[in-house]
Ligand binder design. Structure first.
Ligand code: UT7
Length: 333
């Protein structure tokens, strides 16, 4: 029997208009453009400033673009999985809100939280519904409005993160294209180095938690950096080995965009040259669950049917992993 694979059949993205530059950050915290550029590779990031707008608005924009470009009727979407760390609210889920905003009346929808690895966790999860022929059209959205949980007095975090959304449509493929393999990992002991202290069931919001600025992301950069370099490179190398892929076979590496130095280390370990590495960290910074679909969106026109692509991510939790897929369509205009 022909194997059913889950293939990405369309990709889209959305970023807000407002650009927060390194120069502007120099006026907010004790930092400078040279430090940010050399340590992270980031020049600017997008920030959602409009009153009353949230993650679901960026997610819905991305999904609407996706539906349009793939000629998909919203009524035909079976499932929307939204990977996010910055939901509009704890109840209801952002996926349900996005489904409502795009009129996906027949879809069931849920959120998945795995921080910066959220998109690849969600992609691996959503693909199972296609591979088992349970559903026909699954949308994976990666969206984060990091500006809603960033302390713009903390130079250790505010220089890194930005806002954005990306989405892909998954459909079945019987021509050996689509997702081939995934390696997903986590280690909860890493939460010590990257977390948000208050606002959850452990430390619900009080006047005190607000006063102590505990509703913002805390990151101890160095240990996160070290784990990211090791683990992202490890899983990327492992997925190549177990699928018998040499560096020549890999057309593209799509790394989570947290730090240019982490990306370079992963590419080096895979033996993949810079020309094969998708990069947009300089203009968007770290958009958490949105980095990987935003890269695919930016590079879509350069992708060819049959290209071997490795996705790799590392983030809070800790969570990390890699996915190997064969691109399913020629995107060249
Ligand atoms: O996506 C989720 C996962 N997150 C990541 O993967 C992020 C991983 N971590 C990193 O990318 C890096 O650790 C950072 C970019 C966060 C920091 O870079 P670093 O090279 O690890 O710097 P550091 O924290 O070791 O700090 C080096 C120096 C320190 O000064 P001293 O002690 O050497 O005098 C810091 O106080 O740089 C100072 N520093 C800054 N200086 C200017 C820290 N932040 C800044 C800043 N501007 N924004």
């Amino acid at each position: 029997m022909t194997k059913i694979r889950a293939a990405i059949t369309g990709v889209s993205g959305y970023v807000p208009n407002y650009i927060l530059t390194n120069k502007e950050l120099e006026k907010m915290v004790d930092t400078n453009d040279e430090w940010i550029t050399s340590r992270t590779g980031i020049h600017e990031r997008r920030i959602l400033k409009e009153e009353g707008k949230a993650s679901s608005d960026m997610g819905a924009e991305a999904v609407n673009i996706l539906l349009n470009k793939t000629n998909t009727d919203a009524k035909d979407v079976d499932l929307i999985i939204c990977a996010t760390t910055t939901p509009d609210m704890f109840v209801a889920s952002t996926a349900c809100i996005i489904a409502d905003k795009v009129n996906a009346k027949n879809a069931f929808a849920y959120d998945l939280m795995a921080a910066c690895s959220g998109f690849i966790y969600a992609l691996a999860t959503g693909s199972k519904f296609i591979e088992t022929n349970t559903y026909q059209k699954v949308i994976i959205v990666g969206v984060d409005m990091m500006s809603s949980i960033i302390d713009y007095q903390d130079r250790a975090t505010c220089i890194i993160f930005g806002d954005g959304a990306g989405a892909v449509l998954l459909e079945k493929n019987t021509e050996e294209l689509g997702l081939y393999d995934s390696i997903l990992k986590s280690d909860g002991s890493g939460r010590e180095f990257l977390h948000m202290k208050a606002g959850g069931s452990l430390n619900p919001a009080t006047l005190e938690t607000v006063k102590n600025r505990e509703h913002y992301v805390f990151q101890d950069g160095q240990p996160v950096f070290k784990s990211a370099v090791k683990n992202m490179a490890d899983v990327s190398e492992e997925i190549m080995k177990r699928n018998n892929l040499s560096s020549n076979d890999v057309a593209w590496l799509v790394p989570h965009q947290a730090n240019k130095r982490i990306i370079d280390a992963t590419a080096r370990r895979m033996g993949v040259g810079d020309e094969k590495v998708m990069l947009n960290i300089e203009k968007y910074g770290n958009t958490t669950a949105a980095t990987i679909p935003l890269c695919l969106w930016d590079y879509e026109e350069r992708l060819n049917k049959g290209d071997n692509i490795i996705l790799a991510a590392f983030g809070g939790g800790f969570t990390w992993g890699s996915i190997y897929l064969k691109w399913a369509y020629d995107s060249k205009k």
